[in-house]
Write a protein of this length. Structure first.
Length: 170
């Protein structure tokens, strides 16, 4: 089943005429599989890479009463916690992303966070690049990105009290 999802994602991302990836095209199960398969040893989260457990049974996943993913916690793996982050694969229902004290690398696109996201803790990793705080979802009330390898610009059109609080811990 996931192979069809990979085909849909590849097709969607490979064809410029189609546009941005639309997370509503896939189930929460498929989205979370795509998200964790970019991490080191995803089978420690989902059971089996070939036949993953139901997403609400995964280690570090919290679902609400309707079976929607609201929280993912994958912390303190240190040098064993490698991988990259594709926020576009997080389900729309996601409110909390906790992935600190790992060795996550690559860049992040804050605009790809789900609109319901309230807290993002990615401190003590190896994430690099620029940050566009103007594109941060409005629901985010806590953002911790300290002790990473950011080397680009921080984009803010008009600093608000909220964005000043976020950048004060750079």
């Amino acid at each position: 089943m996931l192979s069809n999802a990979y085909a849909a994602v590849y097709f969607t991302c490979a064809d410029d005429g189609i546009g941005r990836f639309d997370r509503s095209m896939l189930s929460q199960q498929d989205l979370m599989e795509l998200f964790i398969f970019c991490l080191n040893e995803p089978e420690k989260i989902c059971g089996s890479r070939d036949d993953p457990d139901d997403v609400c049974e995964w280690k570090g996943v919290t679902c609400n009463a309707d079976g929607e993913v609201e929280k993912f916690e994958w912390t303190e793996k240190y040098e064993d916690g490698t991988g990259t982050l594709g926020f576009e694969f997080l389900p729309c229902s996601m409110k909390s992303l906790l992935m600190w004290n790992n060795a996550l690398s690559g860049t992040i696109q804050l605009a790809d966070l789900p609109g319901k996201m309230e807290e993002v803790y990615l401190f003590d990793n190896q994430i690099k690049g620029s940050l566009d705080l103007d594109r941060l979802p409005a629901a985010v009330r806590a953002l911790s990105l300290s002790n990473n390898k950011f080397n680009g610009d921080i984009y803010i059109r008009k600093p608000s009290e909220r964005s000043r609080n976020f950048i004060s811990h750079r």
